[in-house]
Write a protein that binds this ligand. Structure first.
Ligand code: ZN
Length: 578
């Protein structure tokens, strides 16, 4: 079946919906690096109040100096419950920190939680308060920070604030914490190298040195992302980067990504075509269809093409058709030898978040993100949500997924809807037209059922008005990220969380990261009972919402550090000289 269509009437949107809290700006990924203290910067000596016992981890000083030289600001974020327990004094702690700075150089900020587990503060990791406070003190926002730590609490705090997390395990780090981490590095120097590599891969300065003259201008550029809605959404930053320097951007997408393509700023025209080497349920290759597609591509008149793919897809079949269509310059990521099919053959290591992967290809092709733009998912301005949902602040529960293995088990979704309602949340259940039966059952008589009643744009509008979204690894998670709406991610580990988790938005990951479906890329769960997610309890979803600072509007819960809260009470700035 061929579906060729061009819509030239999509005008470029000048205004886009910025993610919430983007106070700092610019195209670089990270402004600051936050470091856990014990086990990450220095060897863990429990409740240490003795400066003589401070021992940096191997290579720490040189690694930190690399970050300083790159212009990154540094802060320490550390739980010190020994203060609450009276095991050492604040004076002794300051002496320890002075010794740390003597050995490792100065840090721009020290953020210490002096509380214990029972204190209910908003700063003790895994709560995100220290990350919020550190970002503010360093003049940036959590999304532009990366936190390096050695245990799951560090990663949870980072993600709950919307920061990037890198885990450096020690012998005491639990295997499930390693499995659940968005990224893992063997030691601190390796984590630093990875931060600098990710930063450089998208930094305009890497690809457009200051002395290289004016930024390049391009005519018509064909960009390609041929799979599902979520895939198209995470390619958005890369497409915006191309659009910043191109006169006209034509996006080739598949039928499953069409609605998402229409939401992306920077896209002037859309061509829809099912590519049999990308589509998950392809028809046999039809020579007439390929001939028609080649003619269609030639008719675009593109000067060049940037072919975006996921790590398991090949750009080369399309690159061949683009050559046949007369496109002179083709850029793509390809581990396979491309011969003369590609002019820019870009390589990206495994594990990179999909949006960064796309941004790095765009940059390598000569299209770094514009100075006025930032590394975030963005959409065209949302329409107003339908009147059924009521005032903003509801929780969207999206139980389904095009891939069953990545959806929430229906019985669990029913229990989550009831638990959220009982806790005072207003719940809106969303789903595709094919999921009406599911959403009706999940919503029951406790929630608003929008299943099958919205377009993708309508779903984006509904998500934009939400206080949080509870969703599996599927498109609406990325809609939430684009609107800065916190996500409770019921994440089946069939693909890596670090690549496909919600990008740069406050997130709590739930589910068993070590389940047997891990890294299988299965569309249907290969394990009886869907155990990676069926073990999640609704109470965990409520806890996750509290961690994200999303409280029910009708029944206020005890205060916690919200995503917009100030420095949580009790954060002491325990630096040696500040
Ligand atoms: Zn605290």
């Amino acid at each position: 079946m061929r579906q060729d269509q061009v819509e030239p009437d999509q005008h470029r949107s000048a205004r886009v919906c910025a993610g919430a809290g983007e106070a700092a700006s610019g195209p670089v990924l990270f402004d600051a690096v936050l470091l856990d203290r014990d086990g990450t910067l220095i060897e863990d000596v429990p409740y240490n109040g003795d400066p003589e016992k401070v021992r940096p981890v191997p290579g720490a000083r040189a690694a930190l100096d690399r970050l300083r030289a790159a212009g990154l600001r540094l802060a320490v974020v550390t739980n010190q419950s020994g203060l609450a327990r009276g095991l050492f004094t604040e004076e002794r702690m300051r002496a320890v920190h002075a010794r740390v700075e003597q050995l490792l150089g100065r840090f721009d900020a020290w953020l210490v939680c002096p509380h214990d587990d029972g204190d209910g503060c908003g700063c003790r990791k895994p709560a995100p308060g220290l990350v919020h406070a550190a970002a503010r003190k360093l003049g940036t926002v959590p999304a532009r920070c990366v936190l390096v730590g050695d245990i799951g609490r560090d990663m949870t705090a980072a993600l709950a604030a919307g920061a990037t997390g890198i885990l450096v395990p020690t012998p005491v780090t639990r295997p499930q914490e390693v499995a659940a981490a968005p990224q893992v590095a063997p030691d601190l120097p390796a984590a630093v190298a990875e931060i600098l590599r990710r930063q450089a891969a998208v930094d305009p300065a890497t690809w457009r040195p200051a002395d290289s003259g004016p930024a390049r201008r391009a005519g018509t550029v064909l960009v390609v992302r041929a799979d599902s809605a979520g895939d198209v959404l995470v390619t958005g930053p890369g497409i915006r980067a191309v659009a910043a320097a191109a006169e006209r951007v034509v996006l080739l997408c598949g039928p499953r990504g069409r609605a998402a393509a229409e939401l992306l700023p920077g896209v002037d025209e859309i061509i829809e075509h099912r590519l049999p080497w990308i589509d998950p349920a392809p028809d046999p290759v039809d020579p007439a269809d390929m001939t028609a597609l080649t003619a269609r591509l030639a008719a675009v008149g593109a000067d060049e093409a940037v072919v975006f793919t996921s790590f398991h897809q090949s750009p080369l079949p399309l690159a061949l058709l683009l050559r046949l269509a007369g496109v002179r310059r083709v850029s793509a990521i390809s581990d396979e030898y491309p011969g003369s099919l590609l002019d820019v053959r870009h390589r990206v290591p495994a594990g990179v978040p999909e949006p960064e992967r796309a941004l790095s290809l765009a940059a390598a092709a000569g299209f770094p993100l514009a100075d006025h733009d930032g590394p975030a998912l963005r959409l065209r301005p949302a329409q107003a949500p339908g009147p059924q949902v009521g005032a903003p602040g509801y929780v969207v529960l999206h139980p389904g997924s095009a891939a069953q293995a990545r959806g929430c088990p229906p019985e669990l979704a029913v229990r989550i809807a009831r638990a959220l309602t009982a806790a005072g949340h207003r719940v809106v259940v969303t789903g595709d037209p094919g999921e009406r039966e599911l959403t009706a059952w999940v919503a029951g008589d406790v929630a608003v059922d929008l299943g099958g009643r919205t377009s993708l744009a309508g779903l984006a509008a509904t998500v934009a008005g939400a206080g949080a979204v509870v969703v599996g690894n599927t498109g609406p998670a990325h809609l939430a990220a684009a609107h800065g709406v916190p996500v409770v991610s019921l994440f089946a580990p069939t693909v890596p969380f670090g690549q496909w988790g919600p990008w740069r938005v406050p997130t709590v990951r739930l589910g068993d990261a070590e389940a047997p479906c891990r890294d299988t890329r299965a569309a249907r769960c290969p394990v009886p009972g869907h155990p990676c997610l069926s073990g999640v309890e609704p109470g965990q979803v409520l806890d996750a919402l509290r961690l994200l600072g999303v409280t029910p509007p009708v029944r206020p819960a005890p205060p916690v550090a919200g995503r917009d809260s100030g420095v949580p009470a009790g954060v002491s700035i325990g630096g040696s000289s500040r």
